[in-house]
Design a protein around this ligand. Structure first.
Ligand code: ADP
Length: 539
């Protein structure tokens, strides 16, 4: 049952309606015989709606797409208004403001929302409501001869009142829609601005329409320089077909999944990027352009290439002891075929095989440790009393056998220096330091190993320094050389290496609670110093 409400409740959305308006409309409508008018309108329902649709289709805002003029909500609104008129029909009942009717309100609001989503403006939506009013008015006037003028006028006033209210609701819906739109746009803009990836939008012909700060960082062009140009200027000349093919796919509405490619920066340098391109559509689903996201993958590519290079070196390094083992085994086989082999020969070859196996085992252990450390695992140290002086003498003797141009001089300040260390791993660290000292002193020279007791951070420890007179390390690279796969700029391409020895050494020493440092002058030589606490106390 429609009830009389406070007039001001009618247009709460605008909040600025003169309450006397309702009173006047109701005064006209109260005594009208709305039922017979409503019946007339119901008979002509199909005709009114059809005429409305024709008129709406002819409006400039539907011109491109007349099929979009069809609306679910206008018929709903019409029906809700009829139902309202019918309910208000008995003249004893006060008709009340039509906009208090939930169905009318709902239909008006939904229609406005749909239309805004289609891209229509408030003025366009108001025009559509006006057209409906005109069509209903026309139908009512055509009914006049059958009914009293007062009844028709009363009904028309109510219909007009409802449509005015609907227009106000539509404006409120637009306001809410635009506020939401502004909020989403602002959030989107903030995301795009703060993105680490370059985000670019362009037309379907490839003309750039937006360019975020990351795009400027990646390619070197400012937004002013880039917007308005065709993306083709970023393409590499080696791939002339790439952009046309991309645009072709976008025009077909296809999304281009991430792929690796090369773009050219403002300074002319190439940059490797991973590119994802997606078509953009308007709210009606029409293709309007494309967005491209480019991620700088140059670091990843460098790392991939480094890893491949390391793999090649590792494979090569592991082959050397294997070749020696095979050589010795073949020799023994041949000699055995020729008759008995003197036992000292057998012993000699077996010792050589054993040395090769030990070298290879050490290399494999080192690789395993490197893999564990990269996986974030710590090493399980096997600590036992170990004499650093003894290790230094033994290793120095082994390494000395591999070179005649270097002189390795072990200078211990103690006859023995025993600590609780993982002997195998400490040997590997010292082997690495000595190996590097030889490798990076291509002209030969003296290499000294100094061992002494020291105190570091209040803890008694052993210090061992390996000093060479080799190529040295550029000061800008000093920090880096303890990181995985990092090699100084003065050795890359000149000396073989994989850049894992020092990274492993640093982990081993730090896990013992110690430290490793380097001092070096390029062209003069380097000194690597290892500090090892004597015990694992406090760890
Ligand atoms: P690799 O020797 O296989 O490259 P390392 O991890 O052992 O790997 O060493 C890392 C880098 O540190 C080397 O590539 C080199 O640039 C530098 N380096 C290490 N030891 C020396 C040294 N004794 N003299 C000069 N440079 C060195």
């Amino acid at each position: 049952m429609p009830q009389h409400r406070e007039p001001t409740s009618r247009l709460q959305t605008s909040g600025q309606v003169d309450p006397s308006i309702n009173t006047r409309v109701e005064a006209f409508a109260t005594h009208a015989k709305l039922n017979s008018v409503a019946k007339g309108l119901r008979t002509r329902r199909g005709e009114i709606l059809r005429r409305w649709l024709e008129a709406a289709r002819a409006q400039p805002f539907h011109a491109g797409q007349p099929e979009r003029a069809v609306s679910d909500h206008i018929p709903n609104m019409f029906d809700a208004m009829l139902a309202f008129l019918e309910r208000s029909a008995p003249s004893s009942i006060d008709p009340g403001p039509p906009l208090d009717d939930a169905a009318v309100r709902h239909a008006a609001r939904s229609h406005a929302r749909d239309r805004f989503r289609q891209g229509l403006t408030a003025a366009d939506v108001l025009s559509e409501f006006r057209l409906l009013r005109q069509e209903i008015g026309r139908a009512l006037r055509e009914e006049t001869d059958a009914r009293t003028v007062a009844d028709v006028l009363g009904a028309e006033l109510l219909v007009q009142d409802a449509l005015d209210g609907a227009a106000t609701l539509a404006l409120a819906a637009l306001e809410a829609h635009e506020a939401e739109h502004r909020r989403v746009s602002a959030e989107l803009a903030a995301i795009v601005d703060s993105s680490l990836d370059a985000i670019i939008s362009k037309t379907l012909d490839g003309v750039i329409t937006s360019w975020n700060p990351a795009a400027q960082r990646l390619y070197g062009y400012t937004a002013e320089e880039a917007i308005g140009r065709n993306v083709a200027f970023l393409a590499s000349q080696d791939r002339p077909d790439e952009i046309p093919a991309l645009l072709e796919r976008l025009r077909r509405g296809e999304r281009v999944e991430p792929y690796d490619t090369v773009r050219i920066r403002k300074d002319g340098s190439p940059i490797e990027v991973s590119l994802t391109v997606s078509p953009m559509r308007d709210s009606a689903g029409n293709l309007i352009g494309a967005s491209a996201i480019a991620r700088d993958i140059s670091q990843r590519k460098v790392a991939e290439r480094e890893r491949e290079a390391v793999l090649a070196v590792v494979a090569h390094d592991l082959r050397s002891p294997l070749t020696a083992i095979k050589g010795n085994a073949d020799l023994l086989q041949r000699q055995a075929a020729g008759g008995a082999i003197p036992s000292e020969r057998i012993a000699e070859r077996a010792a050589s095989i054993s040395t090769s196996v030990a070298t290879m085992t050490m290399q494999i252990d080192e690789l395993l440790d490197a893999a564990r450390l990269r996986a974030g695992e710590s090493l399980e140290l096997v600590r036992r009393p170990t004499d650093l002086v003894d290790i230094a003498y033994r290793l120095a003797a082994d390494v000395q056998e591999t070179t005649t141009r270097h002189t390795i001089d072990v200078r211990p300040l103690e006859s023995e220096l025993v600590g609780e260390w993982d002997a195998m791993r400490i040997e590997r660290v010292l082997g690495n330091l000595l190996g590097n000292a030889i490798k990076y002193s291509p002209d030969g020279g003296d290499i000294s190993v100094e061992i002494r007791r020291a105190v570091r951070e209040g803890q008694p420890c052993a210090s061992l320094a390996v000093r060479d007179q080799g190529v040295g390390i550029p000061s800008r690279d000093l920090e880096r050389i303890f990181e995985h796969y990092q090699r100084a700029s003065n050795v890359v391409g000149r000396f073989p290496g994989e850049g894992i020895g020092l990274a492993g050494a640093k982990h081993v020493i730090e896990q013992h609670g110690g430290a490793i440092t380097v001092e070096s002058q390029e062209g003069q030589g380097s000194t690597f110093t290892v500090w090892l606490p004597l015990t694992a106390a406090g760890r």
